[in-house]
Design a protein. Structure first.
Length: 428
């Protein structure tokens, strides 16, 4: 199986502080943490008791990169996540390859993974497809990012962006951004190409002909394919894992990838006004961070719940610790690049070890006393990819819900449980 060790290295777990008053004391690593954020404007607090297991992943199942989407009715929640190869699961074996599964929970949020179905899966025969995952390949579609279409302009689709890993052999593997869409979370189209070479949306089903199941690599406005910066070995590919959201009618795609010299990681952003065409919508990338990131950094960014601020969630290591945690910071405003924005954030205390004072102090461990291997975090979002909390958590101080996966039991993706946690905020 594809453990993606380099990408998951240092990825973390997240917890929350249920804030009784505006001053929480910083507690030990693994037992919650409170700290000032947003340029010192308010405190983020997380306690270890505000955690729980979201999915006790079965032995032959895989679950990570778990995005929970709260629908506008405030009662329905979709969970979208990266899962095991459909072929391997059907045959009852661990094997290379990925897929995407989606589950739905109605009637409120119960803090447990709903039953799910495959919506994107790989081909074991079509060697020309970006989704090919034969015996010598590792693709199948993964690392999903779900966002609504332009509802304000009459677009009722939901767009599922995902990554394919394609290359044929080491060290030629690379990430490719591709796209699907759905109206009902049951039936999906992928952005493909017809036999005449015309880009088109095509139904993605097991009965579809081969060319309908071949996703196109999305191109940006300059006609460049949106791919990882560099190719690499299959278990060391980097780039494009991130989040997509809408703020003020503009789509933002945040992701980490190598710098042009392959010396360190950067946080990049692309923007788009409309993603419904599936083609040449995204801008060229811009570097956001002001200091180098360690290899394997994964950043998710979204607008804060009920605030005109960004929240960034990223894997880190607490100062003095040797295991991974999750770090979270708020910005002072909605600038991406500029004063008080994401570019002003100091993500890490150092440029190599991934240490950060903005750690959350997560407590849940899949196999104690083994140190946790926390990876592939995500948020609960609304349909626009921005932070939300369950209706069952009405407090105005509630920041939201995050998820992560812990690989400490087996050291690989199979059977690794998914956890969830929340946090509180209070103005100083």
């Amino acid at each position: 199986n594809r453990f993606e060790q380099a990408r998951m290295k240092g990825a973390t777990l997240i917890t929350v502080c249920v804030l009784a008053i505006t001053s929480c004391l910083v507690s030990a690593v693994g037992n919650g943490n409170c700290y000032m954020t947003a340029g010192g404007q308010f405190q983020l607090c997380h306690v270890a008791g505000d955690e729980g297991m979201y999915f006790q992943t079965p032995t032959l199942r895989v679950a990570y990169n778990t995005q929970i989407v709260k629908m506008p009715d405030n009662m329905t929640y979709y969970t979208v996540f990266h899962s095991e190869s459909m072929d391997g699961f059907e045959r009852g074996v661990e094997r290379a390859g990925d897929s995407i599964r989606v589950g739905v929970e109605g009637g409120g949020f119960n803090y447990l993974m709903p039953d799910s179905n495959y919506v994107i899966w790989g081909s074991t025969t079509d060697t020309l497809s970006l989704l090919y995952y034969g015996t010598d390949s590792v693709s199948g579609g993964g690392n999903p990012m779900l966002v609504s279409g332009r509802t304000w302009a009459g677009d009722d689709y939901y767009y599922l962006f995902f990554l394919c890993v394609y290359g044929g052999s080491d060290p030629n593997w690379r990430h490719y951004l591709t796209q699907a869409r759905t109206l009902d979370f049951v039936n999906y189209d992928i952005f493909s190409m017809d036999p005449n070479g015309n880009p088109t949306w095509e139904p993605f089903t097991q009965a579809s002909v081969y060319w309908q199941q071949r996703p196109l690599n999305i191109q940006d406005v300059d006609g460049n394919g949106i791919t990882g910066m560099f190719s690499d070995a299959s278990d060391a590919t980097q780039g494009l894992i991130g989040s997509i959201n809408v703020v003020n009618d503009v789509y933002y795609y945040f992701y980490c990838d190598w710098d042009p010299t392959k010396s360190f990681m950067n946080l990049y952003v692309r923007t788009a006004g409309d993603v419904s065409q599936g083609w040449k919508s995204w801008s060229a990338p811009q570097v956001v961070n002001n200091a180098p990131f360690p290899v394997g950094t994964v950043v998710r960014a979204a607008q804060a719940k009920d605030m005109d601020r960004w929240v960034v969630l990223y894997n880190c290591v607490a100062p003095g610790a040797s295991w991974g945690d999750l770090c979270m910071q708020y910005t002072e405003n909605l600038n991406v690049i500029g004063p008080g924005g994401i570019s002003d954030i100091q993500f890490f205390d150092d440029n190599q070890g991934g240490h950060s004072s903005y750690f959350m102090g997560l407590a849940s461990v899949a196999c104690p006393p083994t140190n946790p291997i926390r990876a592939q975090h995500y948020f609960m979002t609304d349909i626009y990819g921005n932070l939300q909390s369950p209706n069952e958590e009405p407090e105005t101080t509630r920041g939201g819900i995050v998820t992560w996966t812990d690989y400490s039991c087996t050291g690989n993706v199979y059977g690794a449980p998914v956890y969830r946690a929340g946090w509180q905020i209070a103005y100083a």
